[in-house]
Design a protein. Sequence first.
Length: 211
Amino acid sequence: MATTPAGRHIRNPQGTGGRLRADILAAAGRILESTGSDDAVTLRAIAREAGITAPAIYAHFADRDAIRRTVIEQTFTQLATVLTTAADTEHEPVARLHVVCHAYLDFAARRPHHYRLLFERHRAARGADAGPAAPDVGSIVGADAFGVLLQAADSCIRSGASTAVDPVASATRVWVGLHGQATLQASLPWFPWPPADRLATDVVRRMADLR
């Protein structure tokens, strides 16, 4: 959907397929951010926000779940980009792990509704035929984002900065700690939390078995 200089949305011309698909996804993202509710992201609401008719959506997405899955995949890709950019700023293994983890928490804080969607709807994102468990971490949705964390944890082990022996287990523990901090601080803002940076540093040090 196009926007006028005054900020007023106008309908897209018919037949703009690639742009229309992007507009549908952007509309779904705006609804999610403005309402904070995945349930509010309906086909009718998306069509209204994008300035199109609901049937036009079916040329690009089979149903609401298909849109949700794509939003999840896009958000994980954006998270991976943020983490990779952070990792590239540091070369020392421990500093790199910390900067990646702080970037993760910053992403979760800046985009809380998208972050929550990543995990609330993760089963839908894996698809109906994925089975009860993914065979390896490389096959899950979000593998690229986890991969950045895994590489950082592995570098700490290889350098001797961590006493851990299994990089996947180490990265998983760190991820659990980060997710716990991100979700609890969002859910319980009134709790007397210590400063977020200090808490994150302590969580990472303990979960990664840093010396």
